[in-house]
Ligand binder design. Structure first.
Ligand SMILES: [Zn+2]
Length: 164
């Protein structure tokens, strides 16, 4: 037994800056086009899987919706956009320890004489590398989140600007 899990969702968009309201069709960018196999041909399991996917999709859509650029005033919600920086930190958290260790070891190897005079130098190099690369990595990840939100959501026609 196979079922098609939901990957599309219609949501309401409300701009926090200008009050623009619109309908948005959200397309899960990570959705698989093929139907999911359900173990044991169980109808109950299939229903559970469908509902779980629906809830997850709803959550994801709401998160993306908050990052959308308003078609009317071209603004993004400032608070939610800023909050997305926290999610953008994740790739840095993943690479930071590796990068730091690499810099410490590389410095120790490249300048063994330096260690005797300044044992803290490799750590300093590691920290400097993190401070340089960190903001770039987070910035890129943040921009990708916004781009993903923009490409996953489509404003439906007929949702023109409405006075509030
Ligand atoms: Zn707006």
């Amino acid at each position: 037994m196979h079922i098609n899990l939901p990957s599309k969702l219609r949501c309401d968009y409300l701009c926090s800056t200008c009050g623009y309201r619109g309908s948005v069709e959200y397309n899960d960018p990570d959705a698989i086009a093929e139907p999911e196999p359900i173990p044991g041909n169980s109808r109950l399991l299939a229903e559970q899987a469908f509902r779980a996917a629906e809830v997850a999709l709803e959550k994801k859509a709401q998160r993306s919706l908050g990052l959308l650029r308003c078609p009317s005033c071209q603004n993004r919600d400032r608070k939610l956009t800023r909050r997305a920086y926290r999610r953008a930190l994740l790739p840095l958290v993943a690479i930071a320890p590796v990068l730091f260790m690499f810099c410490v070891i590389a410095t120790a190897f490249a300048a063994p004489g330096l260690i005797a005079r300044a044992p803290w130098a490799p750590v300093l190099v590691g920290a400097a590398a993190l401070l340089t690369i960190g903001p770039v990595v987070v910035g890129l990840a943040h921009r990708r989140l916004l781009r993903e939100a923009d490409s996953a959501a489509r404003f439906l026609p007929g949702s023109g600007p409405q006075p509030t």
